[in-house]
Design a protein around this ligand. Structure first.
Ligand code: FAD
Length: 418
């Protein structure tokens, strides 16, 4: 059997690895000139890896953690949420140093979010905002929830489906600890991809499929296979790339169109030395630059800090040119750190906007209220030849993550073999 995998991101490589190791002939077609997709480690900005895309391993039990060990790489623990600092305007303060009403609200929001796990399966689906209002939170509290809960999901509180969040909390066994890969996330995928037949620079335009096999038309020629695993991001599929002949089923197209993908933007700043105290890990506020973390690669005096904005905030930043967006971020950082000298002290700055990326068109997919079955439908095979993987299909794991993407690739590979 000859299997063609579309996309060399975490899910495509996981599918290809599993098939290859099972003795199946597999070929991976990738549009970019590199593998990794939404994992993209940079080694030019700082004397340690800087992650343009995925950065953290979410959970001590996440499959990525075990793969990092198997690859002989190192997972560095990062405590973000345990050391969260919040700002309502001035300098960001540790949770303990916040006024009691703010400290209590933040604690209550996280606890209420966790209780989504207990929402009955058959309860009517509604937005996270709706659920929080029902739990007694006012509109001001919702603006805090938007930063602390929805920004992570690349969404707003108004567009997140409680049914999907509840599903995820129920199946989640990854654990709460977080890590970075010391050598960079891309090193993990390079190890994982060893020995695979991967054609980079191969944009797939058309997938012809019959019960007998697939013919894939690309910018780099035509490829024939018996089966095909599609891992192309939903936002790309929504734009009609690739085309399918015959077209995908109406049910599948509805699921593709139901999922929502918002922009995700990172702003990176490098200084000669840290402009912050050694305990700083993670700060959040209601500004455009929403959430900040230091890139502590256990490198002495690592002086890089990163802002991560998604959804409406990322859209607002993306509407500015590079210099303007980076200036907005730096101004907000000065307030959060209580300093006025960052413009002079900054050595380099960079913006990475995934919403403008033609092979991602955004961060990661979320499910809006009323479309709770979209992940399962997206994941389902079409006929005997087309199979689907990718973070958005990870209905039995954590979508929006690297480990969810990998598990979805394994699932699709197992379906092909079966
Ligand atoms: C800014 C950002 C931060 C993130 N942070 C984290 C984090 O800290 N931790 C975490 O676990 N996850 C994080 N994620 C999510 C994680 O990166 C993704 O869930 C995961 O990498 C998705 O893998 P995938 O294989 O499903 O998709 P992708 O990695 O997008 O792979 C799909 C591949 O398909 C290719 N492709 C697209 N169109 C075509 C075409 N027409 N022909 C051929 N190939 C095509 C793409 O180039 C890409 O390589 C983050 C994502 C972003 C964007």
């Amino acid at each position: 059997m000859h299997v063609i995998v579309l996309g060399a991101g975490a899910s495509g490589l996981a599918a290809a690895r599993r098939l290859h190791d099972a003795g199946v002939t597999v070929q991976v077609l990738e549009a970019r000139q590199r593998i990794g997709g939404r994992i993209w480690t940079d080694h030019t900005f700082a004397p340690f890896p800087v992650e343009h895309g995925a950065e953290f391993i979410h959970g001590e039990h996440a499959v990525t953690h075990a793969l990092v060990t198997a690859a002989g790489l190192e997972a560095i623990p990062v405590d973000r949420y345990g050391r969260l600092r919040w700002s309502d305007g001035g300098s960001a303060r540790t949770i303990d140093a916040l006024p009691p009403h703010r400290r209590d609200l933040i604690g209550a929001l996280f606890r209420t979010f966790d209780r989504l796990r207990d929402v009955p399966h058959d309860a009517p689906d509604r937005s996270l905002a709706h659920y929080l209002r029902e739990c007694g939170f006012d509109e001001e509290a919702l603006t805090v929830a938007d930063v602390l809960l929805a920004q992570t999901c690349c969404a707003s509180v108004e567009t997140l489906s409680c049914a999907d969040l509840s599903r995820e909390l129920r199946v989640d066994h990854a654990g709460r600890r977080e890590y970075r890969v010391r050598e960079g996330y891309a090193a993990l995928l390079e190890w994982y991809a060893r020995g695979l037949d991967i054609r980079t620079g191969t944009v797939v335009r058309l997938v012809r499929h019959t019960s007998g096999g697939v013919i894939i038309e690309t910018d780099a020629g035509i490829f024939h296979g018996d089966r095909c695993i599609v891992t192309i991001p939903v936002a790309v599929l929504q734009r009609g790339l690739p085309q399918f002949d015959p077209p995908l089923s109406a049910r599948k197209r509805r699921a593709i169109n139901a999922l929502r993908i918002e922009p995700a933007t990172k702003l990176f700043y490098r200084f000669d030395e840290p402009m912050w105290d050694a305990d700083l890990t993670f700060m959040a506020h209601k500004g455009l630059s929403a959430r900040w973390w230091t890139a502590a690669h256990t490198t002495r005096n690592a002086a890089v800090i990163v802002a991560y904005a998604t959804a409406a905030r990322a859209r607002a930043l993306d509407a500015l040119d590079d210099d303007e967006a980076l200036a907005v971020g730096l101004e907000e950082l000065q307030t959060l750190l209580g300093r006025r000298d960052l413009t002079q002290r900054q050595r380099a700055a960079r913006r990475v906007a995934w919403g403008a990326d033609p092979f991602a068109y955004g961060g990661y997919a979320h499910v809006p209220p009323g479309a709770a079955d979209a992940r399962v439908v997206l994941a389902a095979p079409e006929g005997a030849t087309l199979f689907f993987a990718g973070e958005a299909t990870a209905y039995d794991s954590n979508p929006q993550t690297v480990h969810g993407a990998i598990e979805s690739g394994w699932r699709a590979a197992d379906e092909v073999v079966r």
